[in-house]
Design a protein around this ligand. Structure first.
Ligand code: PEP
Length: 251
């Protein structure tokens, strides 16, 4: 039985104090979610990772990116051992904003996924098509490439621990949700792709999230779908009250 997962992506939002205040308030929220078999987590900026971890060590905390090398001449980058040094064990990889604004490729995502698993971390690998690709009926082609290249060379055991987030680019931060039918169709397709390469057991264990304008009002409908195990949430994860409503509304 796959545990439900709700993850907040804070993007480039919140000062260290604001992030710590959220983490403090979220203590009770985390207990409440766990009591209902739901895992919750947040992905703050690098600067707030340490503070959030210290204030609320029970909350899952993810970095929003990492480099695949342990150290070296990569100005501006943060490595996996540096994240582990802060006790951070989760990391988003391949978010569409990283792909669009920072040229992140499926091949680079693959290197990062391998490096994260080599360090026993849990990646949340983001995939999704652009509006032009959606309108040209290319969604499944794009997803197939992102999944097969991104997961190339991983083991079955890796994939069992992996989280994949299907986030249609046209629905991120736009208020235009993909219908629950689209979300289930693509999340189910991702599970089939995983099954084809890594076998049934891995495909039954990998957690697949939907992301894109998820709000308290629509979260229950997505999580009611067979292959949607949770949500990656941007805007609606920034306030504790809204996060609380997300959890309450899926019960
Ligand atoms: C995201 O940033 O991954 C996201 C899904 O954002 P939003 O919920 O604001 O669309």
């Amino acid at each position: 039985m796959r545990r439900k997962l709700l993850f907040g992506n804070w993007k480039m939002n919140k000062t260290r104090e604001e992030a710590k205040a959220f983490a403090e308030e979220a203590k009770e929220l985390d207990r409440f979610a766990k009591a209902h078999n739901i895992d919750i987590g947040v992905a703050p900026t690098f600067l707030s990772l340490c503070g959030v971890r210290k204030v609320n060590p029970d909350l899952c905390v993810a970095a929003q990116n990492c480099h695949f090398e342990d150290h070296g001449a990569f100005t501006g980058e943060i490595s996996i051992p540096m994240l582990l040094d802060l006790g951070v064990t989760w990391c988003l990889i391949g978010h569409s904003e990283r792909r669009t604004y920072f040229g992140e490729t499926n091949e680079a995502c693959n290197k990062k996924l391998k490096a994260l698993f080599a360090n026993n971390m849990t990646p949340i690998y983001c995939v999704g098509e652009t509006l032009a690709e959606f309108e040209a009926n290319k969604t499944k082609d794009v997803i197939k490439e992102q999944v097969l290249v991104g997961l190339e060379g991983l083991t079955k055991e890796n994939v069992k621990k992996l989280v994949i987030a299907y986030e249609p680019v046209w629905s991120i931060g736009t208020g235009k949700n993909a219908s629950t039918t689209i979300a289930e169709d693509i999340c189910g397709y991702i599970r089939e792709l995983v099954k084809g390469v890594f076998g049934e057991e891995a495909s039954e264990e990998v957690r697949i999230l939907y992301g894109g304008s998820v709000k308290p009002e629509n979260v229950k409908a997505y999580l009611g779908e067979k292959d949607v195990d949770g949500a990656l949430v941007g805007g609606a994860s920034l306030k504790v009250e809204s996060f609380r409503q997300l959890i309450e509304n899926i019960l």
